[in-house]
Design a protein around this ligand. Structure first.
Ligand code: SF4
Length: 409
């Protein structure tokens, strides 16, 4: 049988698609194009608006002789609209049960798909450590589609990471909607997990996403400092630098809490690179409130930020809020934050000139290595050595807003 997977959504969904792919390969099926496939699996995400239309459009364009399967984060309210279009609607969490429901999947052991997955996309691997979310940020539909937080057992995670390291993976991303509330803070918590993974022999980096400021403890900062395999990079979503907006967003921390975490981090890890996620134009974000976010950007001096203009997600509280901010104002706010970001990122990157830095090669194009540094900056280095997926060292010779240029050492 030939299959094709269409993926919408975040890194967690992409990872789920990899697991599905592994299962199908394990059952002896071949990946093929959308047109040639006998089975098309849509791994969807209706967290973002208009996805139902997108799925409908995709399905209507496919020839009628294919078996169609829908899985992923689909809001219960959206499922009735799609039920007639698909042969199966399956929960991705039930992957081990799929074999029983579909006669084209054999039964399998969990370890089998770890090993098949491990043949793919070197040198970076994504390992889910928890899924779901209990936070109910007012703009986010994840808790409704992925359900409540569930953490994977430590032993299972360690086994998967060891396996990936044996297969020569160099960068392990620990994934979850709220990784630092792993095990709800009970023992072993996320800091303990980092320490355990750090003890696995081998030369590799451990990265993680997403973190929530409310669960960011001093114990975690200490673990990050002590674990030599955790590079000096962190994404810490801010979402807003204004306390009233944070309350409206149901984010239970203040701008002062956020600044305290950043100070604590920089005290222990002076070289740390910090990126963030922020939403502009959230309903009720006044000019004064936005200025607070802008001010915080100037104070923290982020290296990178993912700036999103607010757009309502179906079924969330924020979608029903009335103080709508015009699109033009959102664009202006996005521009203002981008200007600050460009300035601080450039200044920080320029400070790296002359320093020696370790990087992981990800691509090779026209005599240039393109990789990511330990501090998660894109780096370009002239090299005659085409191999990718290895660590190399370079001296930084140039810097721009969001990247570095190095000379191979
Ligand atoms: S913590 Fe993240 S996943 Fe959870 S509700 Fe908030 S934004 Fe959504």
């Amino acid at each position: 049988m030939k299959y094709h997977i269409v993926t919408y959504g975040c890194q967690m969904n992409k990872n789920d698609s990899e697991r599905i792919e592994s299962l199908l390969d394990l059952s002896g099926h071949q990946k093929d194009s959308e047109n040639n496939a006998d089975v098309v699996i849509i791994n969807a995400c209706s967290v973002r608006g208009r996805v139902v239309d997108k799925i409908m459009g995709k399905v209507n364009n496919l020839s009628k002789d294919k078996t169609l399967i829908l899985t992923g984060c689909v809001l219960p309210k959206d499922k009735p609209k799609l039920i007639d279009k698909f042969d199966h609607i399956l929960d991705v969490e039930d992957l081990p049960l799929w074999g029983k429901k579909l006669n084209f999947l054999k039964s399998f052991e969990k370890d089998d798909y770890f090993s098949i997955k491990a043949e793919r996309k070197k040198p970076i691997a994504h390992v889910p450590i928890m899924t779901g979310c209990d936070n109910f940020c007012s703009y986010c539909a994840v808790p409704y589609v992925r359900g409540r937080e569930r953490s994977r057992p430590v032993e299972e995670i360690l086994k998967e990471v060891k396996h990936l390291i044996e297969k020569d993976f160099k960068e392990i991303w620990l994934l979850g909607q709220n990784v630092n509330s792993y095990n709800k803070g009970n023992s072993p918590d996320f800091s303990d997990l980092l320490v355990e993974i750090n003890q696995i022999p081998g030369d590799f980096w451990i990265r993680f996403t997403s973190s929530h400021p409310k669960d960011f403890s001093k114990k975690l900062i200490k673990a990050m400092k002590e674990c030599d395999k955790v590079p000096e990079y962190l994404n810490l979503p801010l979402q807003s630098g204004d306390n009233d907006v944070l309350k409206l967003m149901n984010r239970p921390y203040t701008r002062e809490d956020y600044l305290r975490i950043v100070n604590d981090l920089r005290k222990e890890l002076p070289e740390i690179t910090i990126s963030t996620d922020v939403i502009v134009g959230f309903p009720g974000e006044t000019e004064k409130a936005f200025k607070n976010t802008l001010k915080l950007f100037e104070e923290v001096r982020f290296d990178m930020a993912y700036i999103a203009r607010f757009s309502p997600r179906p079924h969330t509280k924020a979608a029903k809020m009335e103080e709508i901010i015009p699109e033009e104002v959102k664009k202006e706010r996005e521009k203002a934050l981008t200007e600050v970001l460009k300035k601080t990122a450039l200044e920080k990157n320029k400070k790296k000139i002359g320093k020696k830095i370790r990087y992981l090669t990800l691509k090779y194009e026209d005599g240039i290595d393109i990789g990511k540094t330990s501090c998660y900056k894109t780096i370009k280095v002239a090299s005659s050595d085409k191999d990718i997926g290895n660590f190399k060292k370079a001296k930084i010779i140039n810097a721009n807003h969001f990247g570095l240029e190095g000379a191979l050492l």
